[in-house]
Design a binder for this molecule. Sequence first.
Ligand SMILES: [Zn+2]
Length: 80
Amino acid sequence: MKCSKCRRDAILFQRYSGLHLCEQHFNRDFEAKAKRAIREHRWIESGGDTVAVALSGGARIRAPSSSSSTGSSASAVTSG
Ligand SMILES: [Zn+2]
């Protein structure tokens, strides 16, 4: 799958925009949205120039199916 804005390999598909984005364009898009949200919500006090954004890719949470059997319960959570 190729990026909709350039010819690099896309790393994700934005459903709301219908675009496939490569890492570079995704980062730009994400940064723009993050900066806008930060301004709107005033997450950063005035005076700070540097904004660090952390991304977690591909986190998966497994929800254990609950059973009413006696005694045993297991839960597994994986994040990566
Ligand atoms: Zn691109």
